[in-house]
Design a protein around this ligand. Structure first.
Ligand code: UDP
Length: 353
């Protein structure tokens, strides 16, 4: 499928398109000649992030609303981000996570089948792997053991498996993208990451360096890694958005299901992030060292070869310095401040995508 310069651009339904990665993908769709039709309940996304197409306020559990959205906008493909993402909350409310993330995906698949929409990109996560049977510092290939460490990871894996079965049964064509650490922001300063409360390393380190937040606590310096702090694979959110476009447009046979890591393949340590933020801000990040955070594995780094081979995708903006520079621009932008002042955007907790 390719966007062409016709009077009406092909419509792509973007569930969760008011959220962090969804909004960046909606912008990329617009830039590539698609119309992003956002379907979002605004429970955690922000209205101000929907700038490149219509917004339908709706809940995934309402199949009728999904069907209507697909029919009204003559949608030709779906990118499915909507869902609950807070790992800690998933442990407290597993039933809710299954209802929204798995039940909601069943609704979407049913609505797509009824409306004859045969193409899907699904927002999955490195959380499907857990620690599994791999070595502590081993890069993760897509075929690695799946051993989710939380109900959140369970729901992503279950949704992937259901989508894959649906592909075999009904000829749906789908790509599941397993994100590593999404970070950075669009260089325009219009959209970016804004969780309340914030738990992610890069925004917290920036806030600490700017004097807007508490000193950062490094969660453990006694891991078996080169500098003792955890290694993660940070991917610029605009690179992530580009991966969605590639997954949407790659030629695949009807009925194909593919799962692809979206990571840079480079592990960066917490200490390296702290140094990069200090360089960008021009002031050291005030920090201390605390105990390990429960459930944090020493290393989560993608083997990125499949994305290159299947999608022709490689990250272009994922150096730590570029990620941090764009995150800093966003945290200094008026849009960031406005989003945080809007009580509708407050979240009880947040965690990785
Ligand atoms: N981290 C930290 N202090 C913080 C927040 C995070 O040391 O205040 C570490 C965390 O232990 C992990 C890395 O930073 O090793 C990235 O954490 P984040 O929550 O940003 O993403 P996650 O890896 O959990 O998806």
């Amino acid at each position: 499928m390719a966007a062409m310069s016709t009077a009406s651009p092909p419509a792509v339904l973007v569930t969760g398109g008011a959220g962090y990665i969804g909004a960046h993908t909606a912008k990329a769709l617009h830039e590539q000649g698609f119309l992003p039709v956002v379907f979002d309940d605004l429970s955690s996304g922000s209205r101000g992030s929907v700038r490149w197409g219509p917004l339908i306020e709706g809940d995934l559990r309402d199949r009728g609303a999904l069907t209507e959205a697909l029919a009204t906008h003559r949608v030709s493909a779906v990118i499915h981000f909507a869902g609950l993402i807070e790992v800690g909350r998933s442990t407290a409310k597993p039933d809710l996570f299954w209802e929204v993330n798995v039940g909601g995906t069943i609704n979407l698949l049913t609505a797509m089948r009824e409306q004859g929409v045969g193409r899907l990109v699904f927002s999955s996560s490195a959380a499907v792997y857990g620690q599994g049977g791999r070595g502590p510092l081993e890069a993760i290939v897509e075929t690695a053991d799946k051993a989710p460490a939380s109900p959140y990871g369970d729901t992503k894996l279950a949704a992937e498996r259901m989508i894959s079965a649906q592909c075999r049964a009904y000829g749906l064509t789908a790509v599941a993208l397993r994100y590593f650490n999404a970070a950075g922001a669009d260089p325009s300063g219009l959209i970016g990451e804004a969780h309340e409360p914030e738990t992610h390393l890069i925004p917290l380190a920036i806030a600490a360096a700017l004097g807007d937040g508490k000193p950062l606590t490094i969660f453990g310096q006694d891991f078996d890694t080169p500098d003792g702090t955890c290694l993660r694979d940070y991917v610029h959110v605009t690179d992530l958005a580009a991966a969605h476009l590639a997954a949407l447009t790659v030629e695949l046979p009807a009925g194909a299901f593919e799962a692809v890591n979206v990571g840079s393949g480079e592990g960066r340590s917490v200490s390296q992030v702290v140094e990069a933020v200090g360089r960008a801000v021009g002031a050291a990040v005030p920090h201390g060292v605390g105990p390990r955070r429960a459930g944090d594995p020493p290393s989560l780094v993608a083997d990125p070869r499949r994305g290159r081979e299947l999608l022709g995708w490689t990250p272009r903006h994922s150096s730590l310095d570029e990620i941090v520079a764009d995150a800093l621009r966003w945290e200094r932008s008026p849009a960031y401040g406005a989003g945080r002042r809007d009580p509708a955007n407050r979240r009880k907790s947040s965690a990785p995508a």
